[in-house]
Ligand binder design. Structure first.
Ligand SMILES: CSC[C@@H](O)[C@@H](O)C(=O)COP(=O)(O)O
Ligand SMILES: [Zn+2]
Length: 215
């Protein structure tokens, strides 16, 4: 599937979805200090050939400009000539698409996701027990127990990728970078948003639960 063979409508739909999600998350304060990045895949998925729209690096994500997004290929290289730089964390998106075949990936830094990533760093995963919102991940077991994987946060992004490969759990649509933030994904933007919102609810719940019960 070449990028040129994708219809203009397909590309514009992806950009419109990203624009809407970016505005909504910005209004929630989910992009402090230019942090965070968002992507939506375009066209069919093949593990060795796909393209996605992603936020340009270092932008103020509370603003809307014609230079907010660009398209990249499965290696994170721009799909067409552009002066824009893709997110510094594009390789993590590439790996998640490759591993899961998902349709959208959203990454945010919040105080609660940073706190729980450090609280449970030695365990290498964040445990959540029997909270109703686990169902947002399509896990319907009574009193379900889940563990959200945490991986190292290296300044050199390619060094993070092998840990993502190793720790990604197909049942859990998210992975945490230590003292950095959560990556959440879904089959499309609607599902990725639902998953991200559920993760953030659960992180706040876990943090407050620990605060009440730890001595
Ligand atoms: C400015 S702090 C955040 C960055 O270091 C990074 O973690 C991030 O999420 C945003 O990077 P970006 O290159 O804009 O996608
Ligand atoms: Zn980040």
């Amino acid at each position: 599937m070449s990028f040129a063979s994708l219809s203009l409508e397909t590309k514009q739909r992806a950009l419109a979805e990203l624009t809407g999600v970016k505005r909504l998350f910005a209004d929630r304060g989910w992009f402090p200090g230019t942090s965070g990045n968002l992507s939506v895949r375009v066209g069919d998925f093949a593990p060795d050939d796909f393209h996605f729209a992603i936020t340009a690096s270092g932008k103020d994500k509370s603003l809307s400009t014609p230079e907010d997004f660009l398209f990249v290929d499965r290696e994170g290289k721009p799909s067409e000539t552009t002066g824009l730089k893709p997110s510094a964390e594009t390789l993590i998106h590439c790996e998640i698409y490759r591993q899961t075949g998902c349709g959208a990936i959203f990454h945010v830094h919040t105080v609660f996701n940073n706190l729980v990533s450090e609280l449970f760093w030695e365990r290498k995963s964040i445990p959540v027990d029997g909270v109703e919102l686990i169902k947002a991940f399509n896990i319907w077991d009574e009193e379900a127990h889940i563990e959200i994987p945490i991986v190292s946060n290296f300044a050199h992004i390619p060094s993070i990728v092998p840990e993502v490969t190793e720790r990604l759990d197909k049942r859990i649509p998210g992975i945490m970078l230590r003292k950095h933030g959560i990556y959440a994904w879904g089959v499309n933007a609607f599902e990725a948003k639902r998953h991200l919102e559920a993760f953030e609810f659960l992180f706040e719940y876990v943090y407050r639960w620990e605060l009440l019960h730890r001595r």
